[in-house]
Design a binder for this molecule. Structure first.
Ligand SMILES: C[S@@+](CC[C@H](N)C(=O)[O-])C[C@H]1O[C@@H](n2cnc3c(N)ncnc32)[C@H](O)[C@@H]1O
Length: 306
């Protein structure tokens, strides 16, 4: 038997009541800036992985398949998900992957203890199904799991239509695949554009989708203090209003506050939001003039001047 310490990793934030995660275990979720990517992990290199699986089907199967690939033959995957966010589908996913598993239920989660399959054919096929690809219809690099990964979001389309040519230094907060950035960079008066997103998959895609020397790319959670941008002329954004699958209106308010903090006086923030979201109060608190600039398909566009 080897004396090497067990190689452990965690994906997401499994509820502490359902799994023990050793301190210092590397984080594998792409939604955690600075985390370790699953893709470069060596085959058969880890003893144990604990995973709170993501809700989206292709994304969940991909993350589980990557975990099984990286497990040693005698390794163990403990994967769980809330019943209403993929949990009831875990057993079907694992069967499709050719894995043997035991399943329990606790605290509204399904929890599966999984062994690495001897035959990895289905695992490899599932990794191919969830991998980054060039979407011919979008004309963009994309990957299942990224926001609106295979279609143009209606809100994004409305903002693209409303955006005037901008100038100077700016940022695209929550840049996703880079659709807003491409529109912004069509103006030759834009000198710098910072692209920020929490999702490593979006960051990797946007590096390929927006190949422009005026751009810098930041893998960051805007709820923190990074990136430290200041004195900008403009910000564009389609702020998220979901976190971990649940509606989170506070997240949109954070984006508005961060945008205001990055702008110089007189700088402008263009944003689109679902019509039902009450962002007007937050906008009024951080900007001196807020003007509606478009509405349609359940979305509204604002120009907010600091
Ligand atoms: C509604 S999508 C908009 C994406 C893109 N701008 C578009 O219009 O297609 C919001 C984006 O914000 C990112 N995001 C969510 N929470 C974030 C956070 N805390 N910090 C930074 N980015 C975040 C998501 O990954 C997603 O790409």
């Amino acid at each position: 038997m080897s004396d090497a310490p067990a190689a452990f990793a965690v994906y997401g934030a499994p509820p502490p009541a359902l799994a023990d995660v050793p301190a210092g275990a590397p984080q594998l979720s792409p939604l955690s800036p600075g985390s370790t990517a699953q893709e470069p992990l060596d085959d058969a290199s880890l003893d144990e992985i604990v995973m709170l699986a993501p809700a989206g089907t292709l994304e969940r199967r991909y993350a589980i398949a990557q975990a099984l690939r990286a497990l040693k033959p005698e390794g163990r995957l403990l994967v769980m998900a809330p019943k209403d966010r993929g949990g009831t589908r875990l057993a079907g996913d694992l069967t499709l992957l050719g894995a043997s598993f035991g399943e329990t239920a606790k605290r509204h989660h399904r929890i599966c203890q999984v062994a690495r399959p001897a035959d990895l054919a289905a695992v490899s096929a599932t990794i191919a199904d969830g991998a980054p690809r060039l979407d011919p219809d979008l004309g963009l690099w994309t990957q299942p799991g990224v926001f609106s990964w295979d279609r143009v979001d209606l809100g994004t389309a409305l903002l693209i239509e409303a955006l005037p040519p901008l100038s100077g230094r700016g940022a695209d907060l929550g840049c996703g695949l880079g659709l807003l950035a491409r529109k912004v960079l069509a103006s030759k008066d834009v000198t710098d554009l910072a692209l920020v997103d929490i999702d490593r998959r979006a960051i990797e895609a946007v590096r390929r989708n927006v190949d422009d020397p005026r751009v810098t790319v930041h893998w960051a959670d805007l709820r923190g203090v990074e990136p430290a941008l200041a004195d900008l002329n403009f910000v564009v954004m389609n702020p998220p209003f979901h976190d971990a699958g649940a509606e989170d209106r506070a997240l949109g308010a954070v984006f508005i506050r961060r945008a205001a903090g990055m702008l110089k006086k007189g700088g402008v923030c263009w944003l689109v939001a679902n019509r039902h979201l009450p962002y007007e109060k937050t906008l009024a608190e951080h900007f001196s003039h807020v003007t509606p600039r478009g509405e349609g398909g359940g979305y509204k566009v604002y120009e907010a001047r600091k």
